[in-house]
Design a protein around this ligand. Structure first.
Ligand code: ZN
Length: 481
């Protein structure tokens, strides 16, 4: 390629390095940093965020971009070069609308808010978190204004996580899904055969849970030479290039599902990032296609693989060996039913597949109301509880298991939640195609062979990074959007 393209790669590499350094600091904040580090860390993240942003919107970057655009003219529109330049243009134009001061302030406020949220959640007291959240909502409104005019104030926020997606499109999907989902859950609760899940609600030693989780993650294909696991309040995956993609988990010694399925979920994310073409490292294509696609990967490994009967045909004896006292006398069918129990519950990340999307629709509606200004942050806990009762028939006993349960709002990630529901749909769509292409998939899973599945995902999804837009990628792979 020409000098312009090489210059563009060089300039973007600097942005990627700064972002990765910020990522490591963010990972450290949630894993090992002592509470006293909060103020200093907020400033460090603000500085790195500002410098990265200044680099992204610099005149040098603009000049390199223009030169590269003329160099790739006439090349195959699906080539890596054309896609790199196109993605860089999109990032550049978006970032140009946002002042570096806003970026620094947003990083500082959210870093501090994280600490406040952790404490408020631990003490089940929303009032402590109210002021930081008010600041964050205002910052997000300011952010949306940089992209005016828009159809809806939520659209610019959503676009950061799901490129090109509009609030109205998500709403249309949810409006169709919700009545059916609510009545399905009601029917199961009222008329379904009761499921006894007491077998997963016994005491399970934390270290043994840790070891088994790692064993499963490795078997699925998570490469620990390029990854590691630590503990955090809220499980997450954080990657700093394809050579270092880390996961975290959390434990409940009275409930097996939390860490077990949480680890499979995060390993699913991590395998996606580890599978991006290493050639794309430090380039605009070195990130994943979108959050919904990202989450489709985690949900696929967690639910379509991890909660399947086939998976436990292969793994249950091993789990029984580890927890002889708890599960030695429990047959496979009982265990399989227990980990698939459908019952409205308070915590989103532990929700079953039938109720899960309702948790998302609730957050989506509350976020829109906050952004529109029709819901004051101070009224959020009451709004949460009444909507929760309407959707799931339960009232949270306190804020810790209600409005404070998720980390996202403290990180300013308003507009993120809808991707969690879309991902379930994408995962199912991909799963249909995978089963066509690998007809003996189930028997392979029974044997504990996941290489074929991972290979398919690598080939069709992972390696492309963000080369294709989400709908474009899905259409390429499955034939429909
Ligand atoms: Zn996830």
């Amino acid at each position: 390629m020409g000098a312009g393209f090489e210059e563009l790669r060089k300039q973007f590499g600097i942005v990627a390095d700064l972002e990765a350094a910020g990522g490591v600091l963010g990972w450290d904040q949630q894993t090992y940093m002592p509470p006293g580090g909060a103020q200093g860390r907020a400033m460090q993240l603000a500085t790195l965020g500002r410098v990265a942003h200044e680099q992204l919107v610099s005149d040098d970057m603009g000049a390199a971009l223009e030169a590269a655009e003329s160099e790739v003219e006439g090349l195959d529109p699906d080539s890596d070069e054309v896609r790199t330049v196109r993605k860089a243009r999109r990032e550049f134009d978006k970032a140009r609308r946002v002042p570096s001061e806003w970026v620094a302030e947003f990083r500082r406020v959210t870093a501090l808010a994280h600490q406040v949220w952790e404490k408020a959640r631990a003490e089940a007291d929303f009032r402590q978190f109210q002021e930081p959240l008010e600041e964050i909502v205002q910052l997000r409104r300011d952010y949306a204004d940089f992209f005016a005019p828009f159809d809806h104030v939520y659209d610019p926020l959503l676009d950061d996580f799901e490129p090109g997606m509009k609030m109205a499109e998500v709403k249309a999907v949810f409006d169709e899904l919700r009545p059916a989902q609510v009545s399905l859950v009601r029917d199961i609760v009222d008329r379904g055969r009761p499921v006894d899940d007491s077998v997963v609600c016994q005491h399970f030693d934390e270290q043994k849970q840790w070891d088994f989780g790692i064993e499963v993650a490795k078997a699925l294909g998570y490469d620990l030479e390029r990854g590691r696991q630590d503990k955090s309040v809220h499980p997450f995956t954080s990657g700093f290039g394809t050579g270092d993609v880390r996961i975290t988990t959390r434990f409940d010694t009275g409930f097996l599902n939390t860490a077990l399925f949480g680890t499979m979920h995060e390993a699913g994310h991590a395998m996606y990032e580890q599978g991006v073409d290493p050639e794309f490292d430090r380039t605009p294509l070195g990130i994943t296609a979108s959050l919904a696609v990202h989450e489709s990967q985690s949900r696929m490994w967690e639910n379509l693989v991890g909660r399947s009967r086939a998976f436990w045909v292969g793994f249950y004896e091993r789990l029984q060996e580890v927890f002889r006292g708890q599960l030695g006398q429990v047959d496979l069918e009982t265990f399989y039913r227990a980990v698939n129990k459908v019952m409205p519950s308070l915590i989103r990340v532990e929700a079953d597949e039938a109720t899960y999307n309702l948790h998302i629709m609730l957050r989506f509606e509350l976020e829109i109301a906050m952004m529109e200004g029709t819901l004051e942050v101070g009224d959020l806990p009451e709004a949460w509880n009444s909507k929760f009762e309407e959707f799931l028939g339960l009232v949270p006993p306190d804020d810790a298991v209600g409005v404070l349960q998720d980390i996202h709002w403290s990180g300013g990630m308003i507009g993120y939640f809808p991707t969690y529901a879309l991902r379930n749909l994408i995962a199912a769509q991909l799963w249909g195609k995978i089963n066509e292409d690998i007809p003996d998939l189930e028997s392979r899973i029974e044997k504990g062979e996941f290489g074929g599945l991972l290979g398919w995902l690598r080939e069709n999804v992972h390696r492309h990074g963000s080369k294709f837009e989400p709908v474009e990628l899905l259409t390429k792979v499955t034939g429909s959007g």
